[in-house]
Design a protein around this ligand. Structure first.
Ligand code: UDP
Ligand code: MG
Length: 319
């Protein structure tokens, strides 16, 4: 029988936990699977810890991880993934915006042959200051990463275990899980789901996440594409810059020579802006190139073969 692991990171969700647990249990008990529900209390300061202890005592399927303090949703997911034992892992927010009733449809989609199914909140019940930045975010991530999804950051996702074991998650990378999974060669798809307004409590994410999300995205793009060959990016840009600066200075050198030999009437070169531009470009070129070399060095010394590829399956004869 398949085992499902539900992983639910939460921060101050006292008004939602009992109902969430009840709804989850209703749905999960109809499935032909065994299951565990792992709540990760990300440093809640309300009544959540007590409610979780109660749920733990009353339901053997419940497990609780209490963080020492608030470490963020990504950390909560990672801790839950590590604690989980199931072949299939389901993540969900604790505020009942995601509907447990959609779990069977998400599982069915996974079984069509995918490694990760991301829920797509096609009709989002969130304030406009959240939906619009999110739309731009999704468009940007989809365009620049080449992963064609509508909704990257929905907390509701269904994974095969291999995915949760392989993708590197830190910072606030939970927003880019599909990109990281595709980067490892996993098959990722989406499924439109019902979305609800928050049942109780307040959102934990403000506008500050937009800029942090952008910086994180640049990191993720870099990690999934250029990290493997830093010099190919920085070395090329560095050479181009250095070359450009060199050409400018060469041109000025020719003029200087013409002037020195009295062959032509040209301005002295020392005070011309182009002179400074050329030197700047050359210095920038050297710096870019050295950054690439440093990148290659870091990569060389931190090289771990198992990070280089994800194996799907090995066929081998017993020796
Ligand atoms: N969350 C968490 N740690 C945090 C912030 C949020 O575990 O530091 C949880 C939160 O309790 C909820 C989920 O992450 O279960 C999504 O947060 P929220 O509903 O506030 O985000 P929104 O839906 O408003 O984007
Ligand atoms: Mg929410």
């Amino acid at each position: 029988m398949t085992t499902l692991s539900l992983v639910i990171p939460l921060l101050n969700e006292e008004g939602n936990l009992r109902l969430l647990h009840q709804k989850l249990t209703e749905v999960l008990s109809t499935l032909d699977c065994s299951y565990e529900i792992i709540f990760v209390n990300d440093g809640s300061a309300d009544g959540s810890p007590q409610i979780l202890e109660e749920l733990f005592k009353s339901d053997p399927a419940v497990q609780v991880i209490h963080f020492q303090q608030n470490f963020g949703k990504t950390a909560g997911l990672v801790a839950g993934f590590r604690q989980s034992r199931g072949e299939i892992i389901i993540t969900m927010d604790a505020d009942l915006q995601d509907d447990p009733a959609e779990i069977p449809a998400m599982l069915a989609k996974l079984k069509e042959g995918y490694d990760l199914v991301a829920a797509w909140r096609y009709h989002r019940h969130d304030p406009i200051d959240k939906t619009w930045p999110s739309r731009i975010f999704n468009w940007g991530v989809s365009t620049f990463s080449g992963v064609r999804l509508h909704d990257f950051n929905c907390g509701f996702k269904v994974y095969r275990r291999a995915v949760t074991e392989r993708i590197p998650l830190y910072s606030d990378f939970h927003r880019f899980i599909p990109v990281l999974a595709v980067g490892q060669g996993f098959r990722v798809t989406e499924l439109p789901v019902q979305h609800h307004p928050r049942h109780a409590g307040v959102s934990k994410y403000g506008a500050g996440r937009t800029i942090r999300g952008l910086l994180d995205f640049i990191t993720v793009l870099f990690l999934t594409t250029y990290l493997k060959h830093p010099l190919r990016l920085f070395g090329l840009a560095g050479l181009a810059m250095f070359g450009l600066g060199g050409l400018i200075e060469l041109y000025l050198a020719v003029e200087w020579l013409q002037r020195a030999l009295g062959l032509a009437e040209v301005e002295p070169i020392g005070t011309r802006p182009l002179f400074t531009v050329g030197i700047l470009a050359m210095i920038l070129g050297i710096q870019l190139f050295s950054t690439g070399l440093l990148g290659e060095m870091i990569r060389y010394f931190t090289f771990r073969p198992e990070q280089e590829y994800a194996i799907k399956k090995i066929l081998q004869h017993d020796s």
